[in-house]
Design a protein around this ligand. Sequence first.
Ligand code: ASP
Length: 435
Amino acid sequence: MIRVAKFGGSSVASAGQFKKVKNIVELDDTRKFVVVSAVGKANKDDNKVTDLLYLCYAHTKYNINFDNIFKMIENKFIAIAEELDLKFDIKSELAKLKSEISKGIDEEYLVSRGEYLTGLLMAEYLGYHFVDAKDLIFYNYQGDVDFEKTKETFDELITKYDRLLIPGFYGSRPNGEIKIMTRGGGDVSGAIVANIAEANVYENWTDVSGILMADPRIIEKPKEIEVISYAELRELSYMGASVLHEEAIFPVRDKDIPIQIRNTNDPKAEGTIISDNRHLGLKQIVTGIAGKKDFSIITIKKRHMANEVGLIGKALKIFEEFNVSIEHIPSGIDSFSVVVETANVRPFIHELVAKIKNVIGADEVNVSHEISLIATVGERMKNTKGLSGRLFKALGEAGVNIALISQTNDEINIIVGVHNDDYEKTIKAIYNEFK
Ligand code: ASP
C-alpha cells in the first residue's frame, strides 16, 4: 500500500500546522511520499507566501522597494523554523534570495521558492529526503509533463530513499529552467507523484472535511459528499464549486487512483473520495449542486428557420469571431438561444446583436441578462425515473421561474437558468428536495 499525501497551503501555514502534518504522516506508515504547497494563510487576514512572492516580483518590475513584503515572507518562514527548532539555515537562504531578487530574477523561479523553502523545512521536520521538483517533474518542449522521464527518475530515487518530500507547483523545462503551474498547482504535482509512484490513494489534505453537496454560504451545514466520480466533479467544478485543481484529475484517473480529500484539522474525518468505481451501493441520487451567476441569453428568432440549413452554424461563427465561448444552445422550432457569460459579451453586445441580425436575417434578437445557471449533478440520476419531475416541482413550489433547461446526453447533469434574484432560492429548493 502506498499513499501520496499532498498538504495544501493552509495545512503548512504555521509551526502548529507543521505539527499536525507530522502527526498525520506518522499515523500511517504508507504515507511515503509527501507533497507540499507553499506556506499559506494561517487565518483569514493572513497572506499566502505565493501571493507575496508575486507581489515582490511586481515591485521589482516597477522599481519599487519590496523590503516590507519580503519581511512578511521572512517572518513566516523564520517563525516556523525557530518554533520547530530546525537546523536548516533559513535565514541565509532568505538573504540569498533577497539579493537575487535585487539583481533581477526570473518570475517563475522566484514564485517557486515558496514551495521550495516550505519543502526544505518540512523535509527536515519529517525526516524525509528532499527532492527538488526541478529534478523530478520534467516538462517537454510542448509544455506537457514528460511522464516517462519523471517516472524513470522517481524509480531511481526510491532505490536510494524510502521516503520523499517533494515541493509542489513547479517542475523544469527541457533547458533546466523552472516552470511553474497555474495557481493551485500543488494539487497537480500531488497527482503526478501519485501516478509515477503508482499509489493506491492520492490524499489531498486541506482545511475542509471533504467536498460539500452545496455552497455553505447558501446552505447551512450542507452534507459532505462521500463519493464523487471524476465526471461529476468536473461538472461541479465547472459550475463554480472550488475543490481541486482541474488538471489534478487526469494523472490519477489514468491509473484509476482514487483521490481522497481530507482535513488536516480533523484527520479522523474520512472526507470525500473521488473515484469512478466506488459508487456502488450509495443511495444518494444527487451528488452535488453548484451554480454561477451573471449569464446572458441571446435568443434569435426567424420565421421558417426550421427549414434553413446552416443557420445556427452561421450564428455561432459570429460568436467565434468575437471570441466568446458558448455555454449552452437550447433550441426551439423557429428560434434558438445562445447562453454566454455576461462578462464575455458586455463590451460589444450591441455590435454582436447587430451582426447576428444582419448575417442571418433574423426577425428578432432578444437579450436577457442577470441569469444564473444551476447544475444538479449525479451519476445515479440517469437511472432514476421521475427525477426531473421532482426537481421542477420543487422549483415551482418555491416560486422560481425557470428561464432555461438543459440536460446533457449522459444525464448526469440537469442545468436550470433562473433570474439572479432567484439564485439562492433555487439552490435551497433543490438541496432540500435531494439532500
Ligand atoms: N502555492 C501555489 C498557489 O498558491 C500552489 C498551491 O498552493 O497549490 O497557487
